[in-house]
Design a protein around this ligand. Structure first.
Ligand code: SF4
Length: 554
């Protein structure tokens, strides 16, 4: 019997989404804390499992405690999962957590008797204490801060739990994930979070209410240690830092970049931030340390819509920050929102103009939606526009604030603009020359420039870019990896093999390089060697698609 199972199941559409199908990062932290305190905790991502398979896995595991991460998009799946667990074993204690559960705990506990408790907000300490008291003959739930549960006298929420002051004290999820079910670690561990809390007050976002308004930061040392651990264990060399505003503390990010370079942790990475939280010095340092893309919440090009969203930025800041990103030579990705009350075509026109001016490389457009814990939701509940029960009554994945024709047409226009601008926004030879002049050598620029040459079929110039990385930084896997891919593409198979082998001397756990070698060996007619490489790739990553395919077809 499993002591604790921490589970997630996306809705059926989300199961095919590259991001929604992943396990929420927060669940990994709770799992790490429980394991480091001696509890047998395991994680399962049921997103790609059928309900039948899910039932059979839970029946086999029979967890004493089941924690379920609930977001708005998977609110119904979470409730169904809880009911399934109770059907299998009524004694399983079912705990919900996550942003939707936190801000709708009363409605959930009232309506869904299969949910025994909800952990409110930051979950590590509350969940740990909850699991501890559940071992007692008479669990003392009321003494645990930061949870909600049913009593004979109704639903109660306990005293709020103070936020964890020292985030470095929380163990790394990657250290305790080897037995996670349905989790492709090589994809999952690409996503890391290095801070919590947000002092801003965007009306569409529930993050400040969930994590708190004060910003808490992991130290640069701790961040680099986590990346190094994942790189060594799983061979990952690309990371996505999912903090709401990664650059909120300039000094911390500068030190993080310094450590990455000093310790030769050669990775590529991306992050999210606010246009008001970057400057030239910082962006240059980030690019030199491998940051190839930054995502900004631009939301709108209309000042009155930005104001209505409570975004706290202006279009001038968007223009300035975007120009600096282009100056540093990173890719610029943006988030846009439309479908705001009273938004009209002229507002969309202003957004289109802004997107064209800043030359974003790509972006996402989302119609404004209600989420519990957001200012927009509470305001409209208070005004009687919607009820708090809306999330139970409406089964749509997202509940949009407007559903009139404007939203569809504005979304479409913005998507078309983002795609069109993105096509022409790529950097050219002159841009790369300028980036090199301003920043000096850095592997991220060479990689981006080499890829541009490859797209144009200018192979020798691409080779020159990658070769420079390999010569300047022999410990940098990116130079060898891209040379291997380039030679493979050009049919120089022996040369390609030798480069992939170099990748493995610096990052021995890099599963894709084993699969690359497997493919090259097969092309050279060395079937046995090829299979051995594929086997090794699969040992390192049981989800490696090429190795799986190659070994399946034998
Ligand atoms: S959108 Fe970003 S900046 Fe705004 S409140 Fe949410 S986390 Fe903070």
């Amino acid at each position: 019997m499993t002591q604790v199972l921490l589970a997630y199941k996306s809705n059926s559409a989300g199961a095919n989404d590259p991001y929604t199908s992943l396990l929420p990062v927060g669940l990994g932290y709770i799992n790490a804390v429980l394991n480091s305190h001696g509890y047998a905790s395991q994680m399962a991502n049921f997103s790609k499992f059928s309900w039948k398979e899910t039932e059979s896995i839970i029946s086999r595991m029979r967890p004493q405690v089941l924690g379920i991460a609930q977001f708005t998009h998977n609110r119904f799946e979470s409730v169904k999962l809880a009911a399934l667990a109770k059907k299998i074993n009524p004694a399983t204690f079912v705990v919900f957590g996550g942003p939707h559960a936190t801000h709708q705990y009363r409605e959930i506990l009232d309506r869904h008797k299969q949910v025994d408790a909800v952990v409110l907000g930051e979950g590590e300490e509350s969940f740990l204490e909850l699991v501890a008291t559940l071992k007692d003959e008479t669990p003392r739930l009321a003494e645990i801060k930061g949870i909600a549960f049913r009593t004979a006298n109704g639903i109660i929420s306990t005293t709020a739990r103070p936020p964890i002051a020292d985030l470095d004290s929380v163990p790394f999820p990657a250290a305790y994930m080897d037995n996670a079910l349905g989790v492709d670690l090589h994809r999952q561990l690409e996503f890391i979070i290095t801070s919590r809390g947000c002092p801003a007050a965007c009306l569409f976002c529930s993050s400040p209410l969930f994590w708190g308004k004060s910003l808490r930061l992991r130290s640069p040392r701790n961040m680099v240690d986590e990346i190094t651990l994942i790189r060594n264990r799983c061979g990952l060399i690309y990371f996505s830092i999912r903090d709401d505003t990664f650059t909120a503390d300039k000094g911390r990010v500068m030190e993080f970049c310094r450590l990455l370079r000093k310790e030769k942790v050669f990775i590529l990475w991306n992050c999210q931030s606010r246009v008001s939280a970057v400057d030239e010095e910082l962006l240059f340092a980030m690019k030199r340390a491998g940051c190839e893309c930054i995502q900004f919440g631009v939301e709108s090009g209309s000042p009155r819509i930005l104001k209505a969203l409570g975004k706290g930025i202006n279009t001038e800041q968007v223009r300035k920050a975007s120009a600096l990103v282009r100056k540093a030579g990173m890719n610029l990705s943006i988030y846009l929102i439309t479908g705001v009350k009273n938004e009209v075509d002229a507002d969309t026109d202003a957004t289109i103009k802004l997107v064209e001016a800043i030359q974003a490389h790509d972006g996402q457009v989302s119609p404004l939606a209600y989420y519990p814990g957001t200012g927009i939701f509470s305001k409209d509940v208070k005004a009687g526009v919607i009820g708090r029960e809306i999330f139970n009554e409406d089964r749509h994945e997202a509940l949009y604030v407007r559903d009139d024709a404007f939203v569809g047409s504005s979304t479409q226009r913005l998507l078309e603009t983002v795609a069109k601008v993105g096509k022409g926004a790529g950097y050219g030879e002159r841009d790369f020359q300028s980036h090199k002049k301003l920043l000096g050598y850095c592997h991220a620029t060479n990689i981006m420039s080499g890829e541009m040459y490859e797209d144009e079929g200018r192979w020798q110039l691409a080779e020159r870019e990658y070769r420079e990385i390999a010569e300047r930084e022999p410990e940098n896997p990116w130079g060898w990896l891209l040379l291997g891919a380039l030679y493979g593409r050009l049919g120089a198979l022996e040369k390609a093999c030798s480069k992939y082998k170099r990748v493995l001397t610096v990052v021995p756990a890099h599963a894709p390089a084993f699969s690359d070698l497997g493919e090259l060996m097969m092309l050279m007619g060395k079937t046995w060697e090829g299979m051995e490489y594929f086997k090794r790739a699969l040992e390192l990553n049981p989800y490696d698609p090429r190795a799986k395919q190659a070994l399946k077809t034998r």
